[in-house]
Design a protein around this ligand. Structure first.
Ligand SMILES: C[S@@+](CC[C@H](N)C(=O)[O-])C[C@H]1O[C@@H](n2cnc3c(N)ncnc32)[C@H](O)[C@@H]1O
Length: 218
């Protein structure tokens, strides 16, 4: 990681993304998290304080160790054990069906192969598990989406791989997850090109339908 990615970007990101509205949205999303939880793209650990006491254990992955001292302090302040592994969500080191909840906030914009990461999310969720997501992405408004496409190359550099124009709901469905709930809205206090939010819950299988048997593809 270069100087900008290692020292400057994480500080800017942490300061911006711990704003009041960000924290309110994190708390709303995570209020229903419980049991064994996996967070993909932990970042600087801004979600940690928002998990309820029903969480028994948190495991988190992120390829980048961002502001490790701050993450350690935030991890030490919660009531459940936190285990952080520095690797990519595209290849998770967990058994099938390990988690009650998987959480992703403002991360699917950045993961290089986000559909592969979401396939992994589906694999590691218990059949009754839930994927809680809160992400920014492509606008339904054509003029805003055109600006997102235009500015994406710049955002990619400034935001260390962040994309403005991903259709988050389509990525989730493409990975075989089933969206139970989806809220679309524009976040207060953030320019619309980065504030088009996708918030919701997805499950590994359609509710009431068990997973199809694995085949060898023939
Ligand atoms: C905008 S930050 C969001 C951080 C955090 N989720 C939050 O809500 O504050 C995006 C995060 O995705 C992480 N990331 C990038 N590529 C990833 C990958 N392949 N797998 C998992 N996380 C990744 C980055 O290191 C960064 O921490």
């Amino acid at each position: 990681m270069g100087l900008y990615a290692k020292h400057i970007f994480p500080r800017l990101m942490d300061r911006f993304m711990r704003g009041q509205e960000f924290q309110r949205l994190r708390e709303d999303l995570l209020t229903s998290a419980d049991g064994d939880v996996l967070e993909i793209g932990l970042g600087t650990g801004l979600n940690l304080a928002c998990y309820p006491q029903r969480v028994l254990r948190l495991r988190a992955v992120d390829p980048a160790p961002l502001l490790p001292a701050r993450v350690a302090k935030r991890s030490a302040a919660v009531s459940f054990p936190v285990e952080i592994t520095h690797l990519s969500a595209e290849r998770l080191p967990y058994e099938d069906g390990s988690f009650d909840c998987v959480v992703s906030t403002w991360t699917l914009c950045t993961i290089p192969d986000s559909v592969q990461a979401l396939r992994e999310v589906r694999r590691v969720l218990k059949p009754t598990g839930r994927f809680l997501f809160l992400e920014h992405g492509r606008s339904d408004d054509a003029a805003t989406a055109a600006w997102q496409d235009r500015l994406n190359p710049i955002q990619n550099v400034l935001g260390c791989g962040c994309n403005l124009n991903r259709r988050i709901d389509q990525l989730i469905s493409k990975a075989g997850l089933h969206i139970l709930q989806l809220d679309r809205f524009v976040m207060e206090g953030v320019p619309r090109i980065g504030g088009e939010l996708y918030r919701g819950i997805a499950t590994p299988n359609r509710i009431g339908v068990s997973a199809p048997p694995e085949t060898d593809g023939r």
